[in-house]
Design a binder for this molecule. Structure first.
Ligand code: G
Ligand code: G
Ligand code: MN
Ligand code: NA
Length: 256
């Protein structure tokens, strides 16, 4: 048993599942979209966390087929939800893109092809990138991000505040949303410094014309504080953990 062999098999046999965690509009409490998160339930070994298999996938190149699968599956699920609702739902799905995927020069055409194959409007897709994609080659990152943005998909900077944030570059990148890392959010009301950091990120985003998503909201109090501070979107166990597509649909349909 190696994780790599088993993961290759799981991708080929379509044994991965995409879960969805709601993104909430903090100004009215409605669902505006979902973050798609990969899950691997092995028939023998049980649930294997993405924290374990994503780094393996990145090392052995499997992140490319896995990333394509996640994008494709996210578009399929949007279509399934629209069909069920009998209308085009006003929802965005956010899909994580790893540094190894972003390093490929064909990423814009890969994304365009998947959107076209599923007849998905690009406005309904957000790609979540981490700060690491910028650090290694900022000039290239700016180019690739512009090419992606030109497709009319939106771009979010994931885990913002934990990496090496070059603020000069941030201003030049076509980023739509900063996702404030959950390490600043989950226990923010217990530590004054964290509230100060969150305020600073919110005001930075506002100055740069970007929206904000707070990750890791676990309590009503924190959701109310963030709404009062003007954070655009919220995500976390307080609303819902990541759940299978059917459960996500049931959650959303009563909250939009
Ligand atoms: O739910 P959580 O345990 O789902 O996810 C753990 C980590 O795995 C997160 O950092 C998340 O971004 C990452 N992850 C989950 N699904 C995917 C995916 O489809 N692609 C990539 N690149 N990362 C993912
Ligand atoms: O790194 P990224 O932000 O893409 O991954 C999201 C991760 O955060 C997933 O592992 C998801 O399960 C987890 N997550 C989502 N909401 C919460 C929350 O409210 N609290 C905690 N501790 N983790 C969360
Ligand atoms: Mn993410
Ligand atoms: Na994150």
């Amino acid at each position: 048993f190696t994780l790599e062999t088993e993961l290759r098999k799981a991708i080929e046999l379509d044994r991965l599942e995409l879960y969805f965690q709601p993104l909430i509009d903090m100004s009215n409490g409605f669902v505006t979209g979902f973050e798609a998160l990969a899950r691997w339930k092995d028939p023998d070994y049980g649930m294997i966390s993405p924290v374990e298999f994503i780094p393996v996938a990145e090392e052995c190149g499997l992140i490319l087929p896995l990333g394509r699968w996640a994008l494709d599956r996210a578009c399929q699920v949007l279509n399934e939800w629209d069909a069920k609702a009998g209308e085009v739902l006003p929802l965005k799905v956010s899909v994580n893109v790893s540094a190894a995927q972003f390093a490929r020069d064909d990423i814009p055409s890969m994304v365009a092809n998947i959107l076209r194959a599923n007849k998905t409007k690009p406005e309904r897709l957000c790609l979540e990138l981490t700060e690491s994609v910028v650090v290694s080659d900022p000039a290239r990152a700016a180019k690739v991000m512009s090419a992606l943005r030109a497709l009319n998909v939106s771009l979010a900077m994931d885990d913002f505040g934990t990496g090496y944030s070059n603020l000069a570059y941030l201003q030049q990148l076509p980023i739509d949303v900063l996702k404030i890392d959950r390490s600043f959010i989950s226990d923010m009301l217990k530590e004054r410094d964290k509230v100060a950091i969150v305020r600073a990120i919110l005001s930075l985003a506002s100055a740069l014309g970007m929206e904000t998503t707070a990750e890791g909201i676990e309590t009503l109090e924190i959701s109310q504080t963030l709404a009062a501070l003007g954070c655009s979107f919220g995500q976390g166990y307080f609303y819902s953990p990541p759940v299978p597509a059917d459960e996500a649909y049931a959650y959303m349909i009563t909250r939009m």
